[in-house]
Design a protein around this ligand. Sequence first.
Ligand SMILES: Nc1ncnc2c1ncn2[C@@H]1O[C@H](COP(=O)(O)OP(=O)(O)O)[C@@H](O)[C@H]1O
Ligand SMILES: [Mg+2]
Length: 326
Amino acid sequence: MTTAKTTDGPHKGDGPNRSGGNQPDGAALHLALLIEEGRGEWHARRIVRALQACGAKVTVSSLPHCAFDTGLESGIDIPGFAGRLPDGVFVRSISAGTLEQITFRLGLLHALRESGVRVWNDARVIERCVDKSQTTFLLHRAGIPTPRTRVVETEVHAREYTQDLDRTLVLKPLFGSQGKGIGLIHSESELPPGPAVDHMYYMQDYVAPNDGLFEDWRVLATRRRIVAAMTRQGTTWVTNIHQGGKARALVPDGEMAAISMAAMRAIDADYAGIDLIRTPSGQLQVLEVNSNPAWRGLQTVADINIAEAIAHDFLITVNAHRAAVR
Ligand SMILES: Nc1ncnc2c1ncn2[C@@H]1O[C@H](COP(=O)(O)OP(=O)(O)O)[C@@H](O)[C@H]1O
Ligand SMILES: [Mg+2]
């Protein structure tokens, strides 16, 4: 691959997993890995290495370089595939862009699925996770505990909801990640004006820390298994690693594993990062589901080679899909 530029730091379980002879066979496959250009090389390199170790041919590209083209039989042009369709597509990022660009890229991913290509994660899953209100709704509909949340357009409606507020709310950007741009609202007067939040107000009940400890959990799972997990402790209530949260290895107990896999099913994700928190009354709740989770922080504490585990499960799914449609 040509995108491998960044240097590697040591990571705990970053060597080969001891999967013995159980490695899935990728020999007949030509796969596409779609990343955000100029970013994400750390993850990409590890996924590519793991897929290649199984015999697969992998071409790394970015959605902004793909095209719809009616001059091609497939109608879809992915760099490196000469108008043919890949055997599977692994999406690390749909890349930043305008509303039109994002719509076009999601359209490409929808088109790949509709053309019979197995896409990890599929456009539907990305849509459900990028928009936090969809995730929250689907968790709620599936009966999965998640903090009470109301999502409204416009400041007027946000003010209606926060009038005489008797509890603390978390205000999150609808498309946020890495703990960026989130804040606490204690009263209506603290609501930011509409333009500051793109006129979208995602307002979620704040889960107070237990014994003053700012802690939540990140579980990384594929459709087939829990891959790795960590406890995150913050010096503030926002525990994301990007906000200075510290990671500790965690072996999820049965309750955490069950709620994480239920959240995966609610979103229908192939792989995802699930954020969990515990309320002062002891209930485990899902904060969010991330459809293109980073695992660099998690890898520093995980015993397993995360990229390899994900790549293997991807290959198993692609092979099963190809066998089914043949
Ligand atoms: N309702 C909440 N109650 C308490 N803490 C929260 C709540 N929502 C988010 N947080 C804190 O903020 C972090 C980021 O929120 P999250 O919903 O995961 O968004 P992001 O996509 O930015 O990671 C969480 O990991 C947690 O530490
Ligand atoms: Mg999160």
